[in-house]
Design a protein around this ligand. Structure first.
Ligand code: MN
Length: 263
């Protein structure tokens, strides 16, 4: 590779031939966060909040700034392998030690909009994934595998979390699908539009929370609460997701962007 690749990118960004698409939600007190079933209710993630320090006033005449507070897994966010017990002993598994090469890679988009619309508890099967590959090619090395459901377009927090007395009802994965991605494909990780990388009913799957269990156990990462996946091509975009460098962090809110060729 010569630096012509990067020069072409710079020219493309300047001309608009390469568009930058924001895949992130806005952080506010209303940003939906994962609420675990009651039996896991002993630990709660803080919703996002901010407190004004000063705003060009007697607390600071020339400057505006805030204190902020939230759980690591709030809004559009990065899951590091150390997030799960299966990834706890892996090398370079936390937000501060993950190699930065893992923060950028080709994005592939698997469209399951119709399936998720038809069944909120839809679980992507291995056959579904393999039929995607037979149409679009083998998932490339270093890819982010994005699971498009258009779930991010739900109009309210209630519709987005879609909870009833049995818990959340949002799409996810068959365990064998994530096992295949974790073991047979050399990917960075998977990204979803829902509040977490697993299905709403994943506490009852075997293993429970299979995407977390199997992906993090294979030193792979996750992205949750993505949006605008409908603005990405099936293949051909580059995704950039760099978590905050929290010492031994399990994840972090993240501004996720995609570079998308136009025309
Ligand atoms: Mn998470």
């Amino acid at each position: 590779m010569t630096n012509a690749v990067l020069m072409d990118l710079a020219v493309g960004l300047a001309s608009g031939a390469v568009k930058v698409v924001d895949l992130s939600v806005t952080l506010s007190p209303d940003t939906p966060i994962l609420e675990l079933p009651e039996e896991f209710g002993w630990g709660k993630s803080w919703p996002f909040s901010k407190e004004e320090i000063s705003r060009y006033d007697d607390r600071g005449p020339a400057w505006y700034w805030n204190n902020i507070k939230c759980g690591e897994h709030t809004g559009t966010h990065f899951d590091a392998p150390v997030h799960w017990v299966t990834g706890q002993d892996l090398p370079d598994n936390a937000t501060d030690t993950l190699p930065p090469e893992r923060f950028i890679g080709p994005a592939v988009v698997i469209d399951a909009v119709a399936e998720a619309d038809n069944d909120p508890d839809f679980l992507m099967s291995l056959d579904f994934l393999k039929s995607w590959e037979s149409e679009n090619g083998t998932i490339p090395d270093g890819a982010w595998v994005l699971y498009r459901t258009d779930w991010s377009k739900k109009g309210s927090k209630e519709a987005y979390l879609n909870k009833d007395e049995t818990g959340g009802h949002t799409p996810g994965w068959d365990p064998e699908t994530v096992a295949f991605l974790a073991q047979e494909r050399n990917i960075i990780g998977v990204g979803v539009e829902t509040v977490g990388t697993d299905a709403g009913q994943a506490a009852g799957q075997d293993p429970m929370f299979p995407c977390h269990n199997l992906m993090h156990g294979a030193n792979k990462c996750g992205l949750a609460s993505l949006r605008n996946l409908d603005q990405l091509p099936t293949t051909g975009a580059i995704l950039i997701a760099a978590p905050l460098k929290i010492e031994q962090g399990s994840g972090s809110p993240c501004r996720v962007i995609a570079l998308v060729p136009q025309g």
